[in-house]
Each structure stands twice: as structure tokens, then as C-alpha cells.
Design a protein. Structure first.
Length: 576
């Protein structure tokens, strides 16, 4: 598997394969059989080909270790992740060529569609397409873009409400009142979060392409979105007149919020994966990490989170942007962080300038010195002429009106270029305002006339974060400890064993066992349709079980009168 960056390792979990129940494997098998049958001509060729290459079979839930062996051939890997991980972590994993997979699997009650991530969606939906070089290039690109996208505090609150809604919707034990309250909370939080952040734009683009995209001619598009490829119901529903098919454009894809609790009402059709890459690049060109300047700092400030911004000297500052001092034209001339702040040079820690050295924050000017002098471009002689030499007292006047005065005690360089100047008993003033006072101790001044980038998170996460993975683990369908099988689960296992062990025809012992499973199923769970389908698949080719096959078919038709399972039963019968 590709090497995982150290700061992402805390999000990785074990699969604990033994915790999957026989019912879980039956759910996997049902969906995969449906997909192989329904998607042969509906999915992009890369999906059909990729299934055979990705280590994903039909009979059982895949082991991620087996998937890794297959993905390694294309320079990718896969990891089990701990529940709903933060978006930035998800995108960074993709940018590193690592597919994150939730270990949980949907309940049979949600077999057609689930709003929560599960192993069917993430393994069977995402992995096969990665064997197409153009597609995986797009996924890595949008991952890299998503990892650099700013959100906002109120947007994070809206995301948490949305995450809560997906959990409640997936939980069969949740009450109508709980679902209504969770939906109401989402609506309230979304109303409170005005505007659209970078993270939201990337999320919408990812949703309408990687998750729910169509590709090809408008009159005969193919599926490539993982949400469509992993949903028995939606892969068919999307071709009905109830779903609008629209031409792909970044603007159209990002215009509306995502729909996560029901099937999509509109889908976007692209010409090629190359078109997707071009669109992602166009979106990236509007983001703070590429545009730099005051706008990038403003987005960092609005996020309310740890961010990194970098000067054109190569000096990076990681911390929470608290204050921007702006001139009369609105340009930032001084930036101040609050709380633990660390300095880096081209992504590497600057010696003696870690977060302990700036535990309460960091502030520094931005801009040219008077006379149009770019301090970062000055050599030793030019610096000396400005009074910037060890032991000298300097007075640096910026075009903005900021004045920095004090004796120079240290000069930090990188590749021969000055990046940081340290003053003792320093004063920093702007239009009569004291930005730094001599009594506060040494003053470290960043060198750089422009901010060239800003993005969320730390430039060097391993050195900045003590505990990078401060996250919530979602309760899933796999229990913390493997539990003894229920009687129903034991019947599922018994049926699976007979199917897997059968030769050309069932033995007398197996015939009797199938009949016995059916009798006991009638006693303990008259409503279970999935095991009846499994039994029918075994019984249908056996002349000796013709009567049982007829009974099972009748029972399934009766159960199919319930609208909630009518489609899944009908689809299952169609394959048998």
C-alpha cells in the first residue's frame, strides 16, 4: 500500500473482518449480484473492467488487504477509516492515492439506498473506476483541491447537523420524531450559514461527479458515480424521466446544495474524464491557495480554524488568523494569529520557531518598504544599508505606514534568502496604533511583500499537532466485539455454506437441510425476504425442491405487496 502520511494514521482502523455477520455478507451479495446484472450495459466500461481487477467479488464482503494487493498495481491503496472522518482528511487521503473505506455495511432495510457511507458504496462504488488512468487522475486532483479548501465555522456546524441526520436516517431504531428533529436542525444550520465556502463548492463538485456523475452522449450516458454504481435502486431510477440530465459545467454542478437523504433529482453528464479535470482546475484557480493576497487571508480568518498562509519569501505561518489590519483600499498590511502558531520555510519547520515559541500568536507586516523595496529580495549589503545586521538598530518603514523599530538580534535565511528578522525591545506601529510593544519581548518579523497562498491546516502537521485525530467515531453496524450468532444469522450461514459447497446437484442431506432452513425461517421470521431469495436461488435448479421453490416464490410475492420491499424483491426474483 502507498505510504500513509503520519498525521493521517490516527484515522485508520482495522477491518475486524470476523465481525461481519452472515446477514451482512448476504446484503453484500444481493447488491453485487444486482449490480453485475443491471450495470453490464449501464455503467462506464471502466467500471465493468475494474470490478475484475479490484479484488472485489460477489459472494462476500472484500478484505481491504486483498483490495490493497490489487490497487498497488496502479500505485493506490485502501484503508479502513474510523467512521465519518473530516472532509479535509478524506480529501487528503485521495490526494495521496489512498481510498478511504468505512467498515460498516448497510442494513437490509436500506439495501437499495443509504445516506450513510458503507463498504458497498466505498469499495464496490469507488474502487473499480480507479483502474482507469484518467479517472483516478481526476480523483487525486479533486482530492488535492479539497484538502486546500476553506470552510467557515457556521458551515462546520451545518455539516455536523447533516452528519447527525445521515446517522439517524440509517438507524432503523430512530423514531419519526428523531428524524424530523434532525432534518429541522439541518435546515436551521443551513439557513444560518450564508454564502458558499470553498469547501462547499468542492464538496458539491465531488458529489455531482465522483458520487453521482454520468458520462457520454446526453441521449445515452453511462454511470460512473459511485453513489449510482453502489445503489440498486438509484442506478435504475436515474434513467427515468423523474431525473433531469444536464450538461456538465462547474457552475451548474456547484449551484445547488447536495441532496443526501433521498435519490437525486438532477444528474450532470460530462463528455470525458478530461473535461472533469479541466473543470476542477478552473475551480482551483478561484481558491485561496492559488489566488493568495488579502482575499486568501480573509477566507482563512472566516474559517475560524487553524490555517497556513505563506509569504513570497517562502516563509509559512500556521495558526488561527484573528486580525487583519487593512489600509484604506482594503489591502491587508498586517496579519495577526491567535493561539499556538508555528513558522515553516517551504513546508519545513523553521528552527526555534515552533508553536511553543509563539504559543499566544504571531503578527507581522505585509508589503514593500518605502521606495518600493522588497525586503525578501535584499542581499547582505542591501540589508546592511537598511540597518538590518546583527547588533544594529533598524527602523523599517513600510509603504503602508507600518514602522518597525528595534535592535536586530537574529536573521534567518533559507537558500540564501532572508525569511525572518528578530528584534529585541521592538515597537511596531501603524497610524498611531501600537501593534507590538517593546515590553512584550522579542519580535519575530516575517519577511515578504506578498501573501502567495493560504489554506486550511498546518504546513507541517506532524510537528504542529499533538493529537491530529481529534475526531468522532460514528457508531456503525459492526459491533465493537463479535457477538454470538442469532438463530436467524445461523440460518443465513447454513444456507451460504450449502450454496458454496454444492456440486452439480445437492446431496440428499443438503436437500433436507434447505427444507429445514425454510421451516425454521417460517417460525422465527415470517417477514425476512432476503434469506427466502437466497433459498430460492438454491432451490430453483433442483427438481427435488420444485415444490419448495414454488412456495418460496409465493411467499416472496406476498411479502412484495409491502411497498417498502416491493422493488428489492422484484429485482431479486428477476435474477433468480
Amino acid at each position: 500500500m502507498r505510504k500513509l502520511p503520519p498525521h493521517l494514521q490516527p484515522y485508520v482502523a482495522e477491518q475486524h473482518y470476523e465481525r461481519y455477520t452472515p446477514v451482512d455478507h448476504a446484503v453484500w451479495r444481493y447488491v453485487m449480484r444486482q449490480n453485475r446484472h443491471a450495470l453490464r450495459h449501464a455503467a462506464h466500461d471502466a467500471y465493468v473492467n475494474g470490478l475484475a481487477l479490484s479484488g472485489i467479488g460477489t459472494e462476500r464482503i472484500p478484505r481491504v488487504s486483498e483490495m490493497n494487493d490489487c490497487l498497488a498495481k496502479i500505485g493506490w491503496g485502501a484503508v479502513i477509516v474510523k467512521g465519518l472522518i473530516p472532509g479535509a482528511v478524506f480529501y487528503e487521503l485521495l490526494a495521496n492515492g489512498i481510498l478511504p473505506i468505512a467498515a460498516e455495511i448497510r442494513k437490509s432495510a436500506n439495501i437499495e439506498y443509504t445516506p450513510a457511507p458503507d463498504i458497498i458504496h466505498e469499495a464496490a462504488g469507488h474502487a473499480p473506476l480507479l483502474f482507469d488512468a484518467d479517472y483516478r487522475s481526476y480523483v487525486r486532483l479533486i482530492g488535492a483541491i479539497g484538502a486546500k479548501a476553506f470552510s467557515a465555522k457556521e458551515k462546520q456546524e451545518a455539516f455536523e447537523a447533516l452528519r447527525r441526520l445521515t446517522i439517524v436516517m440509517e438507524d432503523p431504531a430512530s423514531s419519526p420524531e428523531e428524524r424530523e428533529a434532525a432534518q429541522r436542525a439541518v435546515e436551521e444550520k443551513q439557513k444560518a450559514s450564508a454564502g458558499t465556502t470553498e469547501a462547499e463548492l468542492v464538496s458539491r463538485l465531488f458529489w455531482t461527479t465522483v458520487e453521482y456523475g454520468l458520462i457520454g452522449p446526453m441521449d445515452d450516458p453511462k454511470l460512473y458515480g459511485a453513489g449510482l454504481l453502489s445503489s440498486v435502486g438509484e442506478s435504475k431510477h436515474c434513467f427515468t424521466d423523474a431525473v433531469a440530465k444536464l450538461p456538465y459545467s462547474v457552475e451548474a454542478c456547484t449551484e445547488h446544495p447536495k441532496i443526501v437523504t433521498e435519490m437525486q433529482k438532477r444528474l450532470f453528464v460530462c463528455d470525458s474524464f478530461g473535461q472533469l479535470k479541466a473543470g476542477a482546475e478552473a475551480l482551483a484557480d478561484t481558491m485561496a491557495y492559488r489566488i493568495g493576497g488579502t482575499e486568501s487571508l480573509t477566507r482563512a480568518q472566516r474559517s475560524g480554524m487553524v490555517a497556513t498562509f505563506a509569504y513570497n519569501s517562502g516563509l509559512g505561518v500556521t495558526g488561527c488568523v484573528q486580525t487583519l489590519v487593512q489600509d484604506e483600499s482594503g489591502e491587508a498590511v498586517y496579519v495577526k494569529t491567535i493561539g499556538a502558531t508555528a513558522l515553516t520555510v517551504r513546508g519545513r519547520p523553521l528552527h526555534g520557531q515552533g508553536k511553543d515559541a509563539h504559543a499566544r500568536g504571531f503578527g507581522s507586516p505585509i508589503g514593500l518598504l518605502k521606495g518600493g523595496i522588497a525586503l525578501e529580495a535584499c542581499g547582505d549589503q542591501a540589508l546592511a544599508e537598511l540597518g538590518v545586521s546583527l547588533g544594529s538598530r533598524a527602523a523599517l518603514a513600510f509603504e503602508s505606514g507600518i514602522l518597525v523599530k528595534g535592535p536586530v538580534t537574529a536573521i534567518a535565511r533559507s537558500e540564501g534568502q532572508v525569511v525572518l528578522i528578530t528584534f529585541a525591545a521592538c515597537s511596531v506601529t501603524y497610524e498611531g496604533q501600537e501593534l507590538f510593544e517593546p515590553e512584550w519581548g522579542d519580535y519575530d518579523m516575517a519577511v515578504g511583500s506578498r501573501i502567495v497562498t493560504a489554506y486550511p491546516g498546518a504546513a507541517d502537521p506532524a510537528s504542529y499537532y499533538d493529537d491530529y485525530a481529534a475526531h468522532t467515531v460514528r457508531a456503525g453496524t459492526i459491533p465493537e466485539q463479535a457477538q454470538p450468532l442469532t438463530r436467524l444469522e445461523a440460518l443465513y450461514r447454513q444456507a451460504a455454506a450449502i450454496r458454496e459447497e454444492r456440486a452439480d446437484a445437492l446431496t440428499e442431506e443438503q436437500l433436507q437441510a434447505i427444507a429445514g432452513i425454510h421451516r425454521e425461517l417460517g417460525r422465527i421470521d415470517p417477514e425476512d425476504w432476503l434469506l427466502r431469495l437466497e433459498l430460492l436461488e438454491i432451490a430453483a435448479p433442483e427438481q427435488a425442491l420444485a415444490s419448495l421453490a414454488k412456495t418460496l416464490t409465493e411467499e416472496l410475492h406476498t411479502l412484495g405487496q409491502n411497498k417498502s420491499v416491493a422493488n428489492v424483491i422484484q429485482n431479486g426474483l428477476a435474477i433468480v
